[in-house]
Design a protein around this ligand. Structure first.
Ligand code: NAP
Length: 256
């Protein structure tokens, strides 16, 4: 029996990258996992297939985030899929707000449209996913927001993106206070640079070496590095941690 047996989890953006790693890890711990995707259904179905092949339980749900009605569409898809594939399971225990997009550019390069888009996907969507999911989330549950080390380390080239993660951390802090009486913990997990599709520039060997040098361990992060931290936060062992941001950057930019 895994540490999350009997629990139901929803991982937004579970079809690729960090979210995929999180979905697979939570499923290995015994959770029934809703693997959310935006447009790449095939990728989400592959994740579900892999989880089932390993003896886990999962199903895919699609909903584009960052557009009007996104949270409503996501929960409608979740409810319908849970009724179909959940073997009687109802409600939710673990919500991982992972789906997100980047936004490159120093402040003078960011357009209003870029700004609105990154805030719509990275901040507004998780806010309303939580708001509309609260009556589904069971007491004693978990909300885990995937933030970024860019809230601790200044990267002028991604100012707007970093601001979205700062906002997410404040959501974490504030919700933790609000949901404490229900025994629900709310935490952020902040990755450093992780090798996923969001960072295509890592294909350049020089850029890769520069990124690896940020971590005291001298390498770029892997989705499993982050998934293992999320699994801990999701577990009963982390019951006394709430309102926190867990730095999972491999000790990036710790000092001179
Ligand atoms: P990724 O490989 O690009 O995967 C992004 C995931 O989010 C995909 O599953 C994608 O779904 C989904 N998604 C993106 N935009 C969406 C939208 N508008 N509507 C619905 N779903 C959408 O990214 P990642 O690197 O794993 O990043 C995951 C999270 O970690 C993000 O919040 C990111 O900001 C954060 N993070 C990443 C790094 C890093 O270096 N990788 C560092 C710090 C923080 P589809 O497959 O359908 O497109």
């Amino acid at each position: 029996m895994g540490s999350l047996a009997g629990r139901t989890a929803l991982v937004t953006g579970g079809s690729r990258g960090i979210g995929r790693g999180v979905a697979e890890r939570l499923a290995r711990e015994g959770a029934l996992v809703a693997v959310h995707y935006g447009s790449n259904r095939e990728a989400a179905e592959q994740v579900v297939k892999g989880i089932r092949a390993d003896g886990g339980r999962a199903f895919a749900i699609g909903a584009e985030l960052g557009v009007p009605g996104d949270a409503q569409a996501l929960w409608a898809a979740f409810d319908a899929a849970l009724a179909e594939h959940g073997e009687g399971a109802t409600g939710l225990d673990i919500l991982v707000n992972n789906a997100g997009i980047g936004a490159h550019g120093r402040i003078h390069e960011v357009t209003e449209a870029d700004y609105d888009r990154v805030f719509a996907v990275n901040v507004k969507a998780p806010f309303f996913i939580v708001r509309q999911g609260l009556d589904r989330l069971r007491d004693g549950g978990r909300i885990i927001n995937i933030s970024s080390g860019a809230t601790r380390i200044a990267f002028p080239a991604i100012t707007a993106y970093s601001m979205t993660k700062g906002a997410l951390d404040i959501l974490t802090l504030t919700l933790a206070q609000d949901l404490g009486p229900r025994g629900i913990t709310v935490n952020s997990v902040s990755p450093g640079i992780v090798a996923t599709d969001i960072n295509p520039w890592l294909a350049d060997p020089d850029a890769h070496a520069e990124a690896a040098a940020y971590s005291v361990f001298g390498r770029v992060g892997r989705p499993s590095d982050i998934a293992d931290v999320v699994a801990f936060v999701a577990s009963d062992d982390a019951r006394w941690i709430t309102g926190q941001t867990l730095d999972a950057t491999g000790g990036s930019s710790l000092g001179v």
